[in-house]
Design a protein around this ligand. Structure first.
Ligand SMILES: [Ca+2]
Ligand SMILES: [Ca+2]
Ligand SMILES: [Ca+2]
Ligand SMILES: [Ca+2]
Length: 160
């Protein structure tokens, strides 16, 4: 039996809706964090990041991403993250600065967050005379999950 997008694990695999895992799964496990690499302005040899084909395939799916913003005195971080999620359900997206170790939750500082659906945007402007605002993490979860969320992908566009 196929595991349809709903609240049930119809094929009894132990994972609800695992036919709809996104390209960065498995990351229901909050320990897993997908590394997106570097995001930086083209003038400084970098590029924006476009991440698509993502899903929250069940109510417990939590997606974590990390990226490197290459903060310099002559190139301060100025991060904008555009999020396009399905038009139903309620999503929460959080931007964390990580100062130290990605494996240590006490090194994470919440800098911005949004909640809702459809198009949302977060931003963070770094301190001019600090050059260690390099490491970042994004958490995406649903506080009110909608059954269409398996098939309606979400995307992130990250600029610095
Ligand atoms: Ca199901
Ligand atoms: Ca299943
Ligand atoms: Ca996911
Ligand atoms: Ca800075």
């Amino acid at each position: 039996m196929a595991d349809a997008c709903n609240l049930l694990d119809e094929d009894c695999s132990g994972v609800v809706n695992d036919d709809n895992l996104d390209v960065y799964e498995p990351n229901d496990d909050e320990e897993q964090i997908h590394d997106l690499g570097e995001v930086d302005h083209p003038l400084f040899g970098g590029d924006a990041l476009e991440v698509s084909g993502l899903t929250l395939h069940n109510a417990d799916d939590v997606d974590w991403f990390r990226f490197y913003a290459d903060d310099e005195i002559f190139d301060n971080v100025e991060i904008t993250i555009q999020i396009l999620v399905p038009p139903n359900g309620t999503y929460v997206v959080e931007l964390y600065r990580v100062d130290g170790d990605y494996d240590d939750p006490s090194d994470y500082t919440l800098e911005d967050s949004v909640a809702g659906n459809g198009f949302m945007e977060m931003s963070y402007r770094g301190a001019l005379f600090e050059d260690d605002e390099d490491d970042w993490a994004i958490r995406v979860a649903a506080t009110s999950w909608h059954e269409q969320a398996c098939t309606l992908n979400y995307r992130l566009d990250i600029f610095n």
